[in-house]
Design a protein. Sequence first.
Length: 133
Amino acid sequence: MQKIIWQPSYSVGVKLIDAQHKKLFSILNDLQDGLDDDPALLEKTIYDLKAYVEFHFGEEEKYFKKFNYTDAPSHIEQHHIYIEKINELHERFLKRESDVGAQILDFLNGWILEHIQVIDKKYGRCFNDHGLS
C-alpha cells in the first residue's frame, strides 16, 4: 500500500483543519513504515488514532455548533462510524488477531480520503464565511 501524500486537492480551505488532517496522514504513514514487525508501533498507532479523533472531531464539532453548520448531524454520524470502527480494531488488537495493522490501513485509507475530500470539504465554505480560513 502506498503512503498518503498530502495533495492540495485534500485541502478543506481551513488551515487549522488541514494541519490536523496532515497529522493523521503522518500517523498512518508511520504505521505503514513499521507494520510488518512492530506490535508496539501498532499499539501506539491505535492510541494515537484515538487521541487524534478525540481532539480533531472535537474541534470540528465545536465549530459546527459555533457556526450553526447545517450538515452537522450527518457529519457527526460519520465521526461515530469512525470511532466505532477504531474501537473494534483496537479490540481485535487486544485479542491478538492477525492483520489488524493491515485492516487499520485499509479502513483508514478509504475512509480518510472519502471523508476529507467529500464530507469535510462541505464545511469549508461555512467555516470561511465565519472567519476561519
